[in-house]
Design a protein. Structure first.
Length: 451
């Protein structure tokens, strides 16, 4: 049995071999923790409810038919196949028995730990309106992306067969709620899909007449970026044909469309890119969390009252050196994972770790073809140069040569021939479909199914 002991008020691990580390979540934070524990005298179990690690920054490209699912996700078991000290388990964690030092799984099994790392990320928040989710799915998982892709492509297919002008207009209206990086990237790419990629393929509709409406409650797009880059991003979106509606909170999403400000807009495809809610890690431990459910951690990323439990990534909140919260982005989750691995190793050696210190390298967002913004602090870039840096950075951060090559070739194809190879209508997550099909009598029949 291995114990955390307190010496002079500081946590230290009285080591026995092997020290059992359980990592929950194989996203950016969890996987980095495991990678950085290479060579440590520990036995590691990593458990995730999905069998793949997902590169979320390019998820919108799957949703908009630019990339295939397998180009941005990798089996966790494959990534860790060379690590004999790591056991990979597919399972959903439902709680933590902190007294017994056991992680609880949904099938009743439990996993014992000496050190636990929670890296369970975040999901969507509908600000108390979860009933909107079936009509306005968010983008977080591969299933979300294929659901959105199916809806976008099906809307064009339905419009091609629709004779009623009002219904056709609703099918050709795409609403994105939330103008952060994901909302901006989705809006710009859907506009390019409709105006550049699809027009030649349809006979009864002109896809260039598609409306893409980006609704944002705040006063500017990309609010986390400097104002000049927000202005540039908004102008670029408008040039692509995106209608940007700022200062409007959405008050309803339903099968017919959205209500924002005093307007009701008929739209058969709505995408939610507005709110984030942390995983229930804080609830599992019954510890303090912020309004978005993010667990409040100690300066060494351990959980207050539980020195043997750490939490990293989107499921925690901690202040950066400038006093602002560390942003919910992949590099932050990786830095935290790396730090926790070093703390575990230092504790095993009986050393006292320095507090976590976040370092921000920059913020990037793509708007469209050869359009991106980058904020490196003093250096701010926009346009084609920013887009090239954005592209190279994303290819660099993908895992494996095959995926890097596949994504690079796909992008080359899209940007020279304006073709998107992943325009497949396939199964998605089981949701109420807000689109409709004409019944035999020519009336619309709403489809509510798990297709
Ligand atoms: C659409 C989108 C675009 C983004 N774009 C960017 C970008 O351009 N740049 C950037 O830096 N960041 C971006 N982000 C944010 C970035 O992806 C996150 O900050 C990062 O993934 C956080 O890492 P994490 O390890 O905390 O969580 P995640 O990477 O989300 O991993 C959490 C893991 O935990 C698993 N899990 C959750 N609950 C359980 C459970 N109960 N039991 C078992 N397993 C569980 C999940 O399956 C998942 O594998 C984007 C996010 C999204 C959704």
């Amino acid at each position: 049995m291995t114990n955390i002991v307190t010496i002079d008020g500081k946590a230290s691990i009285r080591a026995t071999t092997p020290h059992r580390v359980v990592v929950v979540g194989a996203g950016f934070g969890g996987l980095e923790t495991v990678y950085r524990l290479t060579g440590a005298d520990v036995s590691i179990t990593i458990v995730d409810r999905r069998n793949h690690h997902l590169f979320q920054p390019l998820l919108y490209q799957v949703a908009t038919a630019s990339l295939a699912t397998s180009e941005i996700a990798w089996p966790i078991r494959y990534l860790l196949r060379g690590r004999k000290d790591v056991t990979t388990l597919l399972g959903t964690v439902t709680g933590v028995d902190t007294a017994a030092h056991r992680v609880q799984l949904d099938d009743g099994q439990t996993l014992p730990y000496d050190t636990l790392v929670l890296a369970t990320g975040a999901g969507h928040a509908y600000f108390g309106h979860d009933e909107w989710e079936p009509f306005a799915p968010g983008l977080k998982t591969l299933e979300d992306a294929t659901t959105i892709r199916r809806r976008i492509l099906t809307a064009f297919e339905r419009a091609e067969r629709e004779s009623d002008a009002v219904k056709r207009a609703a099918l050709l209206t795409f609403v994105i709620i939330g103008a952060g990086p994901t909302g901006v990237e989705l809006a710009g790419t859907i506009a390019e899909l409709a105006r550049v990629t699809l027009p030649e393929d349809f006979r009864n509709i002109d896809t260039r007449e598609t409306r893409v409406v980006l609704i944002e409650a705040g006063s500017r797009v990309l609010a986390g970026f400097p104002e000049e880059l927000s202005t540039y991003a908004q102008r670029s979106l408008e040039k692509l044909g995106v209608e940007v509606a700022l200062g409007h909170a959405v008050s309803d999403c339903n099968i017919d469309g959205v209500v924002y400000g005093d307007k009701a807009l008929g739209a058969r495809t709505i995408i939610w890119a507005a709110g984030v809610r942390a995983s229930p890690a804080a609830e599992w431990l019954n510890v303090a969390a912020d309004r978005a459910g993010r667990l409040q951690v100690n300066p060494d990323l351990s959980v207050p009252g539980h020195p043997e439990i750490f939490a990293v990534g989107d499921t925690v909140t901690i202040a950066a050196p400038d006093g602002k919260p560390v942003p919910g982005i992949a590099p932050a989750a990786k830095q935290e994972g790396r730090y926790v691995a070093s703390v575990i190793k230092q504790r095993l050696r009986g050393e006292t770790p320095a507090p976590f210190r976040y370092s921000h390298d920059g913020s990037l967002a793509q708007i469209g073809k050869k359009l991106a913004v980058i904020d490196f602090g003093r250096v701010r870039l926009r346009g084609a140069l920013a887009w090239w840096i954005w592209g190279i950075a994303h290819i660099y951060f993908l895992i494996g040569l095959r995926n890097r090559l596949a994504v690079a070739i796909n992008w080359l194809w899209i940007h020279t021939l304006d073709q998107r190879g992943a325009r497949l209508i396939t199964q998605g997550r089981a949701v109420v479909d807000s689109q409709s099909v004409p019944s035999h009598g020519g009336e619309e029949k709403r489809v509510s199914s798990a297709r």
